[in-house]
Every structure is written in C-alpha cells, then in structure tokens.
Design a protein around this ligand. Sequence first.
Ligand SMILES: Nc1ncnc2c1ncn2[C@@H]1O[C@H](COP(=O)(O)OP(=O)(O)O)[C@@H](O)[C@H]1O
Ligand SMILES: Cc1ncc(C[n+]2csc(CCOP(=O)(O)OP(=O)(O)O)c2C)c(N)n1
Ligand SMILES: [Mg+2]
Ligand SMILES: [Mg+2]
Ligand SMILES: [Mg+2]
Length: 322
Amino acid sequence: MDEFSFINSIKQHSYKQSSLIKGIGDDAAVIRQPTQDIVCAVDTLVEGVHFSRQTMEPWHIGYRALAANVSDLAAMGASPAFYLVSIVIPKTWSSGEINQIYVGMKQLATKFRMDLIGGDTVSGQELSVSITVIGYVERNKARYRSLAKEGDKVFVTGTLGDSQAGFHILTNPGYYTDEVYYKERHQQPLPRVDFASKTENISRIVFNDISDGIANEANEIAEASKVSLILYEKQLPIKDSYEQFPPKLQHKWKLFGGEDFELLGTVSNKDWNELQIIAKETNTPLKEIGYVDDSQSNIGQVFLHENKQTYRLQKKGYTHLK
Ligand SMILES: Nc1ncnc2c1ncn2[C@@H]1O[C@H](COP(=O)(O)OP(=O)(O)O)[C@@H](O)[C@H]1O
Ligand SMILES: Cc1ncc(C[n+]2csc(CCOP(=O)(O)OP(=O)(O)O)c2C)c(N)n1
Ligand SMILES: [Mg+2]
Ligand SMILES: [Mg+2]
Ligand SMILES: [Mg+2]
C-alpha cells in the first residue's frame, strides 16, 4: 500500500463536528469560527528520510520542519498563528543540539509572529520532529485544490528544482555557481505566506505547495478539481545557474524533486493581472506555466508539452510507503 491508498483507507467518510468544513484531502484542515476559519496541518521530519546530519545542522532541522508546515498554511491562504512540537530524541543528540533545533524554529516563528503553544517529548531511535500548525483565514477564503476550472491559467511561484540541487551539492561537494543559494533553498526555504494571504480579494484561486514535486502536486489539483492540466516544459521557471547541472538531473529535479515549498496554482484569466500585482508587491516571482483544459476524457490527468510532443505527466514524486 502506498502513501495515498493508506491515507484513503484511514479517512472518515463523514465528520461528526459540524464546524469542520475541510478534513483530510487538502494541504490543511479548516474549522469554521464565528468570524474567521481556523486552518491546521501537521508534517513530520524524520532523520534519514527528510534530512541527514550531513545535509542539515540542528538549527536547519528546526527551521525547515516549521517551514514545511507553514508552507501548508500558505497553500490554504492562511496566516500562521500557533505551533505545537512533538519531538523524538535519540540518546546520541546533545541537549545543546536539541536546543538549536528550537532556535531554528523560533527564527521562522518570529518572522511570522507565531507562538509555540505545546508539544510532546519522547526518547527514541531516530530524531523526528512533528509540528502541528494553526492559522487563520478570512471566512470562506481557504484556497482548496478542488476549485480549478476550465480556462484557468496554471502558475507557479519562484524557481523549481533548487532544493534538490542544494541537496545534491550538500551530498556531492565540489565547485558550483550559486552554491550558497542552492544550499539555502534546501535548508531554509521561505514559505510564500505573504503572497498567498494577499490574494484574499480574489474570489477563486487554487494553491498547492510543492513538497513532493510539481508533477505530484499538479496531479493532486487535477484529481481534486476533476479537470485536466496542460503544462509547458519550456515555461517551468528555473534559476539561470541551474543549467550547470546535468540535463537529466535538471529535468528530474524540477518536475519530481520536491521540497521547493513554492506554490503551484490556478486562477481565472480575469484575475491574472491582479495576481501579478500582488506578486510584485510581495517580491514573489510568478510564472504562467500552462492552463486548465476542458477535455472530458482526460479528467484528473496532467500533460506536459515538451519538444513539440505532449505526454502524460505521471503522479510521481516523493511517495512514502511505496
Ligand atoms: N496518517 C494520517 N492520518 C490522517 N490524515 C492524514 C495522514 N497522513 C496524511 N493525512 C491527510 O492527508 C492529506 C494529504 O497529506 P499530505 O500528502 O501529507 O499533504 P501535504 O503534501 O500537503 O503535506 C492531508 O489532508 C493530511 O492531513
Ligand atoms: C536525507 C534526505 N533524503 C531524501 C530527501 C528527499 N525527500 C525526502 S521527503 C521528500 C518529500 C516531501 O516530504 P513529505 O513528508 O512527503 O512532505 P508532505 O508532502 O507531507 O508535505 C523529499 C523530496 C531529503 N530531503 N533528505
Ligand atoms: Mg501541502
Ligand atoms: Mg503532509
Ligand atoms: Mg506538507
């Protein structure tokens, strides 16, 4: 059973609490309150799976664990407010190192005005940091994956493949252009909170954060919205110096690499101009990379135009429990 079938198998078919308006199946859950909706998500970082001591200092582990979670709030258009940390600590980690993990989290928490309000501490074999985040979104303004419509533009923020390039540099030391940039994109990603939350005047917009790779996230939007997405390989945004890496790796990282924590989304043509203005105001690179198709026979599928050919972009990225 892979990660997706596992999640489906444990998913409730209905919810008992009437305040719950989105449960399992998006970047975060949404709970209705009198004036605002509450958004919550949890993501875990495990030694050997998400990081190794070779690729991350303790400070980076904390920063990145919280960033991955805040990125899910951003993907819902929510503003971060609180976090709870559950940590499994092996005997081989010193108290100074554990403290540095919390210093890393606090750095990002300060930036987004978040408070640490609880957690749990357990000893165990592998370091694992599980963070629950809570944020707010204006009533009815949570951004779901299921709202893409035929004719929408597909867009992405920032550049793709940088995190995997950084991981490659960290595990294959040598001389690289923009080495610090790529390492930072892997160790200290900055979630697109400001950009996403400033779109509140746009009535309908879809976001999904890129944790597993754009191929995976685009398929999640296509499936949830029951539409087909068409993407253009040439339009996928990359940093200039990305071309220093072997072409095969460039291709693999930008489509299937993940951990860039950029936002992939769709928006109607009429709101595109407004979105471009918000991107400028928040210093967010924004690129149109395709469109939502009306083809009834390709529902739930993603296609990539590349070198005058079009092929199906499979839902393949980083999948646990394969
Ligand atoms: N073990 C689990 N128990 C309950 N819900 C889960 C579990 N794992 C994942 N989910 C839910 O499944 C959905 C997809 O999870 P995931 O792919 O990890 O999202 P993301 O990539 O945005 O972090 C989310 O709604 C998440 O809350
Ligand atoms: C040591 C190490 N090996 C492999 C990777 C690559 N990697 C690990 S998990 C992952 C995908 C994202 O993690 P996941 O837990 O699926 O995040 P979610 O989708 O729940 O946000 C990737 C690309 C890494 N960062 N570090
Ligand atoms: Mg997500
Ligand atoms: Mg997750
Ligand atoms: Mg996530």
